[in-house]
Design a protein around this ligand. Sequence first.
Ligand code: 4AD
Ligand code: MG
Length: 434
Amino acid sequence: MTTPPVTTIEKLSQHVGETVTLQGWLYDKSSKGKLHFAKLRDGTGIVQCVLFKNDVPEKLFEDVGHAGQESSIVLTGLVKAEPRAPGGYEIDVQSGRVLQAVQGYPITPKEHGPDFLLNNRHLWLRSRRQWALMRVRDAVITAIRRFYDERGFVCIDSPIFTPSACEGTSTLFEVDYFEQKAYLTQSGQLYGEAAAMAMGKIYTFGPTFRAEKSKTRRHLTEFWMLEPEVAFASLEDIMQLAEDMLVFLAQEVLRRRRPELEALERDLSKLERIVAPFPRLSYDEAAALLAKHPESTFKYGDDFGAPDETIISNSFDRPVLVHRYPHEVKSFYMKRDPADPRKALCVDVLGSEGVGEIIGGSQREDDYETLKARILESKLPLEPYEWYLDLRRYGSVPHSGFGLGLERTVAWLAGIEHVREASPFPRMMYRLSP
Ligand code: 4AD
Ligand code: MG
C-alpha cells in the first residue's frame, strides 16, 4: 500500500475520491455518540473531518475526543465532495494522530474585547477573520509587485535609519545612532527620487514610521508604504498611475481571495465598482462640496480632516482623486502650480466607502534655488538635505510620485473598520507587544 499524499485544504478539489493526509489544528469540534465532527484548519482553509468510531483506530477516536480547540492533528481520509459543507468538501477519516492535545485555548468563539485580542495577537492570527485579512494583505502585496514589475519599474529599498525628516518634524522617532541622532524613516521618497534619477521608474516598498500621538482607526506608528517615483512624470501622469494601480489591486483581490472576502462578509459589489475613471476634484471643488454639506465644519484653506474626507468620499461610489491643495498644508518638496502658485501640484486619493486618504503624492520641486528656499522656509537644517539638493544640481528633470499606505489599503479593500487588523503585529501609541 502506498502512503497517501500530504496535501492542503485549498487543494482538496484535485483529490476528490482519493485518500489524502492533512496536517493542521483543531478549529472546532462536536461529538454525537459514535461520531466526531472535527473542523480542521491548516492555514489554507477549514474542512470538516468525520471520524466514525467503527472506522478509525480506537486510540485516535479517544484522543480526538479529548482534544480541545487548537490541538495539533494529522488526519488521513477519503475526500468527498459535499455541497452542504462549508468549502464544499468533507473528509471521511481513516487514521491519524493527535500531536498535541490542548485544553483552555484563550480565544474561544465567544466575543472578546479588542485589548484582549491585541494582547493575544500571536494567537488571534489563527482566527478565521484574521486569517482572511492576512491573506488579503498578502494578495495586495503580490499585486503591487506584479503591477510595477510588469510596467518596468525597478524595486529600490530605501533606508530605515535616516538623518532627516521627509514629512514634517512632529512625527519623527528619534534613535540614538552612536554619537549622532538618527530618525526612523517617515517615507522612502527622498531616496526614491535619487533612485528615479538613476533608473527612470522605481518603487520603494517597506516599513515607515510616524510618532503619531493619535488613537484613530487610521493611524499606526509603524506601517508599510509603497512609493513609486517616476522621472519626467507630471502630476497628471502619476494620478493616472494611481488610478490604474487601484483598479488592478481591487481586481486581483477579487480574483485571488474570494473565500477570504466571503469570510469577511465583504460586499463584493462595492469592490466590483472600483473601475476607471475615478472622479477628480480640485481642492477648491472639494471645498465647495463641503460648503454645501450641512454637517461640515470645514474652513477653506485648512487641510481636510477625517470627517471632511468621509463626506467627500461618501459622495462617490469609487475612489476620488483630490488635487491641488493650498501649499501651506502640504510638504516642502512639492512643486507649486504655475497656474496658481498658492496651490501645490499634489494629489490625495480617498478610498471609497468613507475610508479617507489612502494615497498622497505630488510633482516634486525640481528647481535648485526654489527647493533650497523651501527647505529654509520650513525651518529644516540645510546640511542633511545637501545630497537631496544634488538631484537638482545634476541633471534635474520634472518628476513625480506618490505613497500608498498598505494597511489603509487592505482595510479599505477588505471592508474593515480599523487599520490595526490589517497589520500582523500592529504598532500604535499604546501598543508595542506582542
Ligand atoms: O501622505 P503621506 O504622508 O505621504 C508621504 O509620506 C509621501 N512622502 C509619499 C510620496 O509621495 N512618496 O503618506 C502616504 C500614505 C498616506 O496616504 C496613508 O495611506 C499612509 O501613507 N499613512 C499612514 N498609514 C497608517 N498610519 C499612519 N500613521 C500613516 N501615515 C500615512
Ligand atoms: Mg498625506
